[in-house]
Ligand binder design. Structure first.
Ligand code: AMP
Length: 428
């Protein structure tokens, strides 16, 4: 039986979690007053050198939960930094996330003068990225493909890595990065500290974690597959031909905020942005088919508010931390229900409020019901528009015995640590 330990999220501060003063000061400058549940459990465990499998609702402070203790451990390392040999490797599934997490490390390390951080991801010149590596870095944040590449070209040496963080582990699995991650693990020193962080922890990830970790502590700070409590989840029911005029109307209503619209295919994103432009709604696209420069420009413009509407594929569904997204529209419902939770997690970040609107047409009844079952919550229908199709709504919303959920009040969310027994044989 796994051992379960339930802790209260009582009054905790970053200092009482064991963090040193320069880190506490940097955190205070970020205006974090109290640690989040995943930070309360993960920070002491990682400071202790434990292997950790952490699952946390998207937007709940997962990055700081691993970055703060990692920085403290690095700050206390006494051996000199070596050229091309980082001491910490943080793997991220996308370039945007690698850049974002590198930025978070930089902010938290502001008062740690001796700690150097760098990143490595595709789509930008290797020279710039390896320049710092040659001088020597402590923390390298990168995507698995580029990290492997640099290693194969002998621009990077991983034999000194003492801490490995695999962030967004479930996304790594979905994107097929596991062979690359395994290859990287094969060259890391076996006596390292390892942590996996992920929004969801399906069985293949837990099995993989057991294989590559030593007596990991499992930390769960959220209900499985739930959305942040500040997100109001609404649903519109329309014939497919009416999705576009409805979207235009919703975006106009939101003109003071920032809206993120999800579609499935890259070409649909391009077409939609053009149609929106014709209607006088300026929109920018973000998907894997545009250049890296345009990807970064889209994220930066959306972050600084110069872009109000971003039309994106699921490349934007994970981890992107852009404060101030007030509306997320699922113009096409995802085929994987859990992708819905990731998409809407782009709003309601860090306790803010936001609205997520799922637009369901006659072909998407099953997808809609799949989402409702996963989130164990009824949507609040949004019917004050000209295209409402009551027939579709009745089909999916009002079945006898349909799930009627209690609200997901934060006080109801338990978090616990579960000890996982070590595997019988450890392969590296
Ligand atoms: P993450 O889940 O790591 O993407 O973090 C989501 C957002 O929460 C980021 O904007 C962080 O800057 C912010 N954040 C992280 N920890 C805290 C905290 N303890 N208090 C307030 N905001 C936080």
């Amino acid at each position: 039986m796994p051992q379960t330990e339930t802790r209260r999220t009582g009054p905790s501060s970053f200092a009482t979690l064991g963090l040193i003063e320069p880190i506490v000061r940097a955190v205070a400058a970020c205006k974090y007053t109290t640690p989040t549940p995943i930070q309360i459990t993960a920070i002491p465990a990682l400071l202790d050198g434990r292997d950790v499998i952490g699952s946390a609702q998207t937007g709940t402070g997962k990055t700081a939960a691993f970055a703060l203790p990692v920085l403290q451990r690095v700050a206390k390392m006494t051996t000199p930094r070596e050229s091309k040999s980082p001491r910490v490797l943080v793997l991220e599934p996308t370039r945007e996330l690698a850049l974002q997490v590198e930025g978070a490390f930089e902010r938290y390390a502001k008062h740690l003068r001796s700690v150097r951080i760098s990143s490595a991801f595709g789509g930008v010149g290797k020279y710039e990225q390896t320049h710092l590596l040659r001088v020597g870095v402590d923390v390298l944040v990168g995507t698995p493909g580029r990290v492997l590449d640099l290693r194969l070209q002998s621009r990077l040496d991983l034999t000194d890595v003492q801490i490995l963080i695999l962030d967004e582990a479930d996304r790594m699995f979905e994107l097929g990065f596991v062979p690359d991650v395994r290859r990287l693990l094969g060259v890391l020193p076996p006596e390292r500290q390892t942590a996996f962080f992920s929004a969801t922890l399906p069985d293949p990830i837990l099995r993989f974690a057991r294989e590559v970790m030593h007596n990991p502590l499992r930390l769960e700070a959220n209900r499985r597959s739930s959305a942040a409590p500040g997100i109001s989840q609404r649903a519109c029911f329309v014939e497919s031909a009416n999705k576009f005029p409805l979207l235009v109307e919703l975006l106009r209503r939101e003109e003071k905020g920032r809206s993120l619209v999800f579609v499935t295919a890259q070409r649909d994103a391009d077409k939609l942005a053009k149609r929106l432009e014709k209607e006088g709604v300026a929109a920018t696209v973000l998907h894997g088919g545009i250049s890296q420069t345009d990807r970064f420009a889209a994220v930066d413009g959306f972050r600084d508010g110069s872009i109000k509407v971003l039309v994106a594929t699921d490349v934007a569904a994970r981890g992107l931390d852009i404060p101030g997204i007030t509306l997320v529209v699922n113009l096409e419902l995802p085929s994987e229900p859990k992708q819905y939770v990731h998409r809407i997690g782009r709003t309601g970040r860090a306790g803010a409020s936001g609205t997520a609107i799922a637009i369901c047409d006659e072909t998407e009844r099953k997808r809609f019901q799949g989402i409702q079952t996963l989130i164990r919550q009824d949507f609040e229908p949004l019917v004050d528009h000209a295209w409402h199709a009551p027939g579709i709504m009745d089909d999916v919303m009002h079945r006898p015995g349909h799930w009627r959920a209690p609200s997901l009040h934060p006080d109801r969310v338990r978090h616990h640590a579960v000890r996982i027994p070590p595997p019988r044989s450890r392969k590296r």
